[in-house]
Design a protein around this ligand. Structure first.
Ligand code: ZN
Length: 134
C-alpha cells in the first residue's frame, strides 16, 4: 500500500457556523464548499490548504458518530485521511496484516470519494481514514 498524500484532517465541531469564523476569519483560510453526507449524518465544510484540506464535521443527528465523538471527547481533531490510489487493494492488504477495520468495504464520503476507516485500536489511538478519489 502506498499513501499518496495527507488528503484532509477531519475536525469535529458542534456547529459549522460557530467554527467557520475561526478557520476563515482568524486563520484566513477560504471555504471551498459545504456538503451534507446523509449516510454519515454529518454536514461538512472544506477549506483547502496546500494540496490538502481541513474538513469540518458537524453532526446532523444525535446518533451521528461525530455527535458521539463530541459527547465523549469534545470538539477537536477527529481523524486523519490519507489518499490511496486503490482503496480495495489497500483494505485487502491491511486485512491480511491483521489490522482491524471499521469499514470492511469502502463507503461513500464527501466529495464523491470512496472511503474506509481503520480502527484506532490498530493504529495507536489515531482514527485513520483511507480515501480514493476518482
Ligand atoms: Zn474525512
Amino acid at each position: 500500500m502506498k499513501i499518496e498524500k495527507l488528503d484532509h484532517v477531519g475536525i469535529a465541531v458542534e456547529k459549522l457556523d460557530s467554527a467557520l469564523p475561526i478557520w476563515e476569519g482568524v486563520l484566513g483560510m477560504v471555504l471551498a464548499g459545504t456538503e451534507e453526507v446523509v449516510e454519515q449524518k454529518v454536514r461538512t465544510a472544506f477549506l483547502p490548504l496546500g494540496g490538502s484540506e481541513i474538513e469540518l464535521l458537524e453532526p446532523t443527528d444525535p446518533e451521528s458518530p461525530i455527535a458521539k465523538f463530541i459527547a465523549a471527547k469534545g470538539q477537536g481533531v477527529q481523524h486523519l485521511a490519507f489518499r490511496v490510489a486503490d482503496l480495495d487493494a489497500a483494505l485487502a492488504e491491511l486485512k491480511a496484516k491483521g489490522v482491524r477495520l471499521i469499514d470492511e468495504a469502502p463507503r461513500r464520503g464527501a466529495g464523491g470519494a470512496r472511503i474506509a476507516f481503520l480502527h484506532p485500536k490498530s493504529t495507536g489511538g489515531v482514527l485513520i481514514e483511507l480515501c480514493e478519489r476518482g
